[in-house]
Design a protein around this ligand. Structure first.
Ligand code: PLP
Length: 511
């Protein structure tokens, strides 16, 4: 079922249309962004309806419609799951906007009625469902499963705004860099509470370019948590430095200052704390060590857009931070994208140059750079989504609260913890299920509930690093990888879906 960005369902919306009567006749205006709710691809109209006519009596799987009665009158009936409503349309001053997946009937046409229907898709016979019974079956089949994450659930209003924003980009003729990118960088820097943001091609590049801009390379050591996505380590390897892993805290699965202090050598130049799963790392003790040893602190905030540490946004805590906008992240693009944020304007300038062929002035290359820039298309859509991120993060917290309440006090299941200094953004809701993770995962799969593993293999046991570390060296990270299970948690999940997951997990432990 399509959902608004706040997560509520709305199969039919009545929207006031701008109608301007004057002595020379009446002018009505429907705008895609304000009234229609999607980008139109087809318009058709109904006229000369015989008395007693009925139209409609079908549903569309994907197509959305905006129906306006220009003269006369017609009754519209809309059915979607438990929703059923009847509307009398008899003025061009009101548009009825129907979501995809609605059953609709049009009847009781007044004489001389003219109806215009604006559609979101071109004609596609496969999109129609013409029997009510088949429609109910189709709805029920959609109920069967709860996906771990389904990016097709992007709310209709956000989809519309993205499409309109992308059209602006196509019109602008500027596709790499340009005002869209600069505008997004400024907004994203504000969002993180820092002075500058530099767009990059992806999150891995954001990390490695930040390290290069800080002058870290061959002969240097960089400390990072043994439990993270592999990119954190690969970024260090990419600049020729040595990744030094330290085991994580078993309660939060995050890097800890105590472990860092033990790993510092004369060659240590930087620390990369990772705000994994959307929960910030405990930064103050870490920053104290870094200050005492003059170490560069690069936050890996790829999973934590908008998370707060003691009320301050992640990304503003270290010397610099790297974000990813990979589509599945809390703020996701239409492809790969990333950003570096910092209060250090010199670092930002160098990072921008590294990302742009080592160049500040065109065709003059001061350093050996790379090509890793933010596309205007990604910046335009990220700007649209940035307007929703606070609401989406709040919804993630509300859904996490359902899990935390519904799954408490189950022996053999460890819930994720939240420190009182943290406002997490729940990129991942990761349970620990020692000894029974795989059987819980299978039981949920049998109930058509999608889950994920973050991550099945720890960094130090990845084949790409074979010979570098050995099994047993980071026991906490290894335990997390063997007993952690991620449950569905995305702003597009309905509360009801989360309750169904809770029930399925409880059934597993009761059996
Ligand atoms: C996703 C991610 C990255 C890498 O981002 P990409 O955009 O996929 O390159 C780095 N670190 C962490 C913790 C991540 O989750």
């Amino acid at each position: 079922m399509a959902r608004q960005s706040d997560g509520t369902d709305h199969p039919v919306r009545l929207v006031p249309v701008t109608v301007m009567p004057s002595e020379s006749g009446t002018l009505g205006v429907l705008q895609a962004s304000e009234h229609i709710g999607f980008v139109p691809k087809r318009v058709y109209f109904l006229t000369h309806l015989p008395e007693g006519a009925k139209r409609g009596a079908h549903a569309h799987r994907r197509l959305r419609q905006c129906i306006v009665c220009l003269s006369g009158g017609v009754t519209l009936e809309v059915i979607k799951r438990e929703h059923r409503s009847i509307h009398r349309l008899d003025t061009p001053g009101t548009a009825a906007i129907l979501d995809a997946g609605c059953w609709r009937d049009l009847f009781d046409f007044a004489p001389g009625t003219v109806v215009v229907v604006i559609a979101s898709e071109e004609y596609d016979p496969g999109d129609y469902i013409r029997s009510f019974e088949e429609f109910r079956q189709w709805e029920a089949s959609g109920d069967a499963g709860i996906p771990y994450l389904d990016l097709r659930r992007t709310p209709a209003d956000v989809r519309r705004d993205i499409t309109l924003a992308l059209d602006d980009v196509v019109q602008s003729g500027t596709f790499v860099g340009g005002p869209q990118v600069a505008g997004f960088e400024e907004r994203f820097a504000d969002f993180c509470g820092v002075a500058s943001a530099v767009g990059t091609g992806n999150g891995l590049d954001a990390l490695s370019i930040a390290l290069r801009a800080a002058g870290i390379g061959v002969g240097d050591e960089v400390i990072l948590p043994a439990h993270s996505f592999v990119a954190t380590a690969l970024a260090v390897t990419a600049v020729g430095a040595e990744p030094v892993l330290v085991d994580v805290d078993p309660e939060l699965s995050l890097i800890e200052a105590g472990a860092i202090a033990n790993a510092i050598t004369l060659r240590t130049r930087a620390i990369i704390p990772v705000h994994l799963y959307g929960h910030p790392a405990d930064m103050d003790p870490l920053l104290e060590i870094a200050a005492a040893r003059n170490l560069f602190v690069l936050e890996d905030a790829a999973q934590a857009h908008g998370a707060l540490y003691k009320g301050r946004p992640v990304g503003s805590l270290g010397d610099c931070a790297a974000f990813s906008f990979y589509p599945t992240k809390n703020l996701g693009a239409l492809g790969d994208a990333g950003a570096i944020v910092t209060n250090d304007s010199r670092l930002a300038t160098v990072a921008r140059s590294v990302a742009n062929y080592g160049s500040v002035q065109r065709y003059h290359h001061d350093r050996l750079g790379v090509n890793s820039r933010l596309d205007a298309m990604q910046a335009a859509m990220l700007t649209v989504k940035l307007g929703h991120i606070e609401a989406w993060n709040a919804r993630r917290r509300a859904l996490a609260a359902i899990y935390l309440e519904g799954l408490k006090d189950i022996p053999g299941l460890l819930l994720p913890q939240v420190r009182d200094w943290a406002t997490p953004v729940w990129h991942v809701f990761a349970l620990r299920v020692p000894g029974r993770r795989d059987s819980l995962r299978e039981a949920l799969a049998r109930a058509s509930i999608g889950t994920n593993l973050h991550y099945p293999v720890p960094i130090h046991l990845q084949a790409c690093y074979s010979g570098r570390w050995s099994a047993g060296q980071f026991p906490v990270a290894e335990a997390i990888c063997s007993d952690t299970l991620s449950l569905p948690l995305d702003p597009t999940h309905a509360e009801d879906e989360i309750h169904r997951v809770v029930d399925a997990v409880r059934r597993f432990f009761a059996a």
